[in-house]
Design a protein around this ligand. Structure first.
Ligand code: CP
Ligand code: NVA
Length: 302
């Protein structure tokens, strides 16, 4: 059975726990082996990336492996070779593939056609590498994620969806404040309720952040979103900007997180992003540590 890492909904907590614990050991330097010696990672980016691309490349190299970074326009995918044929061929050359695509179905199709593990490097549906890194960051800062209240303000997007899945696994309350037009989809909410997750949806950001341990937001225009819709997004999401005033409704110790890239003045005020409650740089660093452990798990070294 191939160990894909596509979204968090299908994972047992024990697997996610082992990945986080391994990442903690690697971050502290207690674990410094090179279990991926002789392995090759290929990464296909249909969209730009700073953190995911760099952290996976550094992670793979530090663990002893090699990396190839590809863009579909440089491959025969751009001339009509099918994704399935590409997956079958690549599986003969490399040991694991990370894919970033605005179309989650493509990543699934690739994972089913090929014979090597596939990691979702962000799709329109989910961003599991980021969310697992965020679990690590919250545990570092607050000791545990279980029982905490995490508030999301803004777009009910790919990040928010994987947080819904994570809330069921890790046992935190997840409050999502969005305008009705950009609410989390019904299917995901139904999944959460069936899974017994404490997920609360609202159109009121103040209600979402009241007493929260962590407030989070994300860009208002994600990689798969139509540029034609940008003006409408800016208008409808404006009341969900994370401001100092909004943070005042959370507890004094409430932390601010953002997966980045951040657009100050839109989803977050500069004073919050660069303020004392912000832990965004530790959050970004943890992508590197968690990527190592995700690679190790996918390649059965964990
Ligand atoms: N947070 C994140 O995934 O960043 P990149 O888009 O830069 O990879
Ligand atoms: N929601 C954003 C996350 C970026 C890391 C996007 O999909 O572009």
């Amino acid at each position: 059975m191939k160990r894909h890492f596509l979204d968090l909904s299908n994972f047992d907590l024990s697997v996610l726990r082992s990945i986080i614990d391994d990442a903690k050991l690697r971050k502290s330097g207690e674990l410094n082996d090179k279990p991926l010696d002789g392995k090759t990672l290929a990464m296909i980016f249909e969209k730009q990336s700073t953190r995911t691309r760099i952290s996976f490349e550094v992670a793979m190299k530090k663990m002893g492996g090699d990396v190839i970074v590809l863009s579909p326009k440089d491959m025969l995918l751009s001339k009509g070779e099918t994704l399935e044929d590409t997956a079958k061929v690549m599986s003969r050359y490399v040991d694991i593939v990370v894919i970033r695509s605005p179309d989650h179905e493509k990543v699934i199709a690739f994972s089913e056609a090929g014979s090597v593990p596939v990691v979702n490097g962000l799709t329109d549906y989910a961003h599991p590498c980021q969310i697992l890194a965020d679990m690590l960051t919250i545990e570092e800062k607050l000791g545990t994620v279980e029982g905490k209240v995490i508030a999301w303000c803004g777009d009910g997007n790919n990040m928010a969806r994987d947080f819904v899945f994570a809330s069921a696994k890790f046992g935190f309350e997840f409050r999502i404040a969005t305008p009705p037009e950009y609410a989390m989809d019904d299917e995901t909410i139904a999944w959460a309720h069936k899974a017994g997750a404490r997920v609360i949806t609202t159109n009121d950001p103040v209600e979402a952040v009241a007493g929260a341990d962590v407030v989070m937001t994300d860009t208002w225009v994600s990689i798969g979103d139509s540029p034609a819709e940008s003006d409408q997004r800016m208008k409808l999401l404006r009341p969900f900007t994370v401001t100092q005033d909004l943070m005042a409704h959370a507890g004094d110790s409430c932390l601010f997180m953002h997966c980045l890239p951040a657009y100050r003045g839109n989803e977050v005020e500069a004073d919050v992003m660069d303020g004392v409650r912000s832990i965004v740089w530790d959050q970004a660093e943890n992508r590197l540590h968690i990527q190592k452990s995700i690679l190790a798990w996918c390649l059965e070294k964990l």
